[in-house]
Design a protein around this ligand. Sequence first.
Ligand SMILES: [Zn+2]
Length: 376
Amino acid sequence: MTHTLPLFGVLLCLPACAAPASAIGLDDDSAGAHSPVAGLTVSTGAFVLHGATVLTPTGAVIEDVVVRGGRIVRLGASGPGDGPFLDVTGRFVAPAFIDSHVHLAYLPEGATLADHGIAGAVDMAAPESFLTASHAPLEVLASGPMVTAVHGYPTESWGSNGYGIECADSAAAVAAVDRLVGEGAKLIKLPITGPAGQDQLDDSAVAAAAAEAHARGVLTASHALGDDEAARAAADGIDVLAHTPTGTLSTATVSAWASRTVVTTLVAFGNSATTRENLTALRSAGARVLYGTDFGNAQDAAINAEEVQGMLDAGMTGQAIVDAGTTVPAAFWGFSDLGTLQVGKKASLLILNADPRLDPLTLAQPVAVYIDGRRR
Ligand SMILES: [Zn+2]
């Protein structure tokens, strides 16, 4: 029995009913950011997504995704009282993405990122005030300023306005780490750029700062684009390459990163064949790969199609690309509410026209985005 209600001019039907003959037009103008559907989900806080293929951790076939209070409360058949019913038959539901390299102080477009399917972000350089600011609706894990040398990167270029703390020696670098962690930094960024000894911390200072970060329970990342810089970053105890290096990596450097982590950022540095080959080599060696765009440097406030294409061209499967933007960064960074579609987690999800495991470029064009259960 179908209970189809003409509510605000949109066909809605109550749970436990047959799907309406025609699905709500998610890709119509009527279902845009200010659509009756969006208003309804905000006002009730509860709704049911019915009929889609849902990317769950177990691969189970799910009839309905039941959302209440911004979270997934059931994966299975909906019942009376579960709220309005949104027929998404034939679509795919995937977790919203995590961008593991952004600069939201530099380009404060977090809401636009959320509109296009980003629920979590790792900010890899911002002034200290950023550490205590709210970034809702995005969940943001932040480094604050880079810990760098006197006149070191990026304080003499784009980051002159608070994006780096200049440190004269190891003791100053360790003190900067302590200060940032005390202010809420969840990551310490230590640039390793240019010839050793010139306007950068020496390796003993980087290693001391990294050890202090680890002692405080915080990960470390480095801007290290060449083979020598990436090798030094590994030797100094850095956990994350903030970018896929752009210079050809030696076998030894690839091996040094085999059990560590790299953020893609292919497009931010020109998406060259060399960079993609480095990504392929690092991944083949066992490195963990995280989707990231360097948003702020990059300008596309979305899941970036060119980045996804670059990952494909580097030999990643659709499944691996989905994982690099969802489950893998959620587990690595500790975004415990994001990255998987599970009961109890945030209803931050994408509704897609195609299966992103087969056609990952569909991620860049979601039919609809929900963050914390709210239509964007
Ligand atoms: Zn960056």
